[in-house]
Design a protein around this ligand. Structure first.
Ligand SMILES: C[S@@+](CC[C@H](N)C(=O)[O-])C[C@H]1O[C@@H](n2cnc3c(N)ncnc32)[C@H](O)[C@@H]1O
Length: 240
C-alpha cells in the first residue's frame, strides 16, 4: 500500500493520496471509469496511510493545538515523512492540500492539473493540519466548496475524478469532453433518450427530425438560455 510505484515515467499522470483513511478512498478509485483508466495505464493511483509514518508505539498522528482550542491537529513531522515517501522517485510533483480555506476548485483548474506528471493530494482531518506542513510542502490549497467536510478524502476523490477524465484516452470520445458543461463557459444542452414520450412529457420534436443543422442550432440556443437562467454568475463571467 505505501510503496510509491517506480518506473512509471511513461504514465501520463500519477496521483498520490496522503490520508488517515485509505479504506475510504480505494473503493472509489476502483470503480467505473477510474478503474478502467488504471487498467489502461492512463493513470496510476497510490494511497499512503499517514498513520504508517508515525514513529511512536501508539502510532500517534495528532495532538492538541498549541494555545488551546477545540479538537486535534495533524502533526507536521508525521505528515512530512509521509509526503517525502510519496514524492520519492518523482522529479516533477505538485502538492495540493485540500482545505475549505483553499481557492475554489473548478473545471479550469482540473484541466491545468491534468497536465501534471505527479500530483500529491493531502487530506486533512480533525481540526486540520499543523500550518508548517502547508508552508513546507503544499504548492497550493484547493477547496471543493464553501462548506466544511469532516476530512479531505471526499474532496481528494472529487479532484482526482475531475482530473482523470480529462487525461487523453480516458473518456473515449474527446468531443464528449469539449461539449461538457463549463468547458466553454456554458452549461450543456438538455439531453433525452428513449422512450420518446413518458408520463405525457415529449422529447422536443427537433431532436427527432434528423436535421443536424437545426438540432445544433436548437442545442446552442438551449446552452445559452440555460446558462443565463441557471448560472447567471457564469453568464456574466463569459459575456461581461
Ligand atoms: C473539519 S475540516 C478542518 C477545518 C478547519 N478547522 C478550518 O476551519 O479550516 C478537516 C479537513 O477536511 C478537509 N476539508 C474540509 N472541508 C473541505 C472543503 N470544502 N474542501 C476541501 N477540503 C475540505 C480539509 O483537508 C480539512 O483539513
Amino acid at each position: 500500500l505505501n510503496k510509491p510505484e517506480q518506473g512509471d515515467a511513461a504514465l501520463p499522470l500519477r496521483i498520490s493520496f496522503l490520508t488517515l483513511f485509505p479504506e475510504s478512498i480505494r473503493p472509489f478509485l476502483d470503480s467505473s471509469i477510474l478503474k478502467r483508466a488504471q487498467a489502461a495505464d492512463k493513470v496510476s493511483f497510490n494511497i499512503l496511510s499517514i498513520r504508517d509514518f508515525a514513529q511512536d508505539r501508539h502510532k500517534t498522528v495528532d495532538h492538541y493545538p498549541y494555545g488551546g482550542g477545540e479538537g486535534q491537529v495533524l502533526r507536521v513531522d508525521v505528515l512530512h515523512r509521509a509526503w517525502k515517501a510519496a514524492r520519492s522517485g518523482s522529479q516533477n510533483t505538485k502538492t495540493v492540500f485540500l482545505s475549505p480555506q483553499g481557492k475554489r476548485f473548478d473545471q479550469e483548474k482540473a484541466r491545468e492539473l491534468s497536465r501534471e506528471k505527479h500530483l500529491i493530494l493531502v487530506c486533512g482531518h480533525y481540526e486540520g493540519v499543523d500550518e508548517r506542513f502547508i508552508d513546507l510542502c503544499a504548492d497550493e490549497e484547493l477547496s471543493i466548496g464553501d462548506y466544511v467536510l469532516t476530512g479531505g478524502e471526499v474532496a481528494a476523490c472529487v479532484v482526482a475524478d475531475a482530473i482523470t477524465r480529462l487525461v487523453p484516452g480516458v473518456v473515449g470520445n474527446p468531443d464528449s469532453l469539449s461539449e461538457d458543461s463549463l468547458e466553454k463557459g456554458l452549461l450543456k444542452h438538455p439531453q433525452y433518450t428513449r422512450p420518446p414520450e413518458y408520463e405525457g412529457l415529449k422529447v422536443p420534436e427537433v431532436l427527432l427530425s434528423g436535421n443536424h443543422g437545426k438540432i445544433e442550432r436548437w442545442r446552442q440556443e438551449q446552452r445559452l438560455e440555460r446558462t443565463q437562467n441557471k448560472r447567471p454568475d457564469l453568464w456574466r463571467k463569459k459575456w461581461e
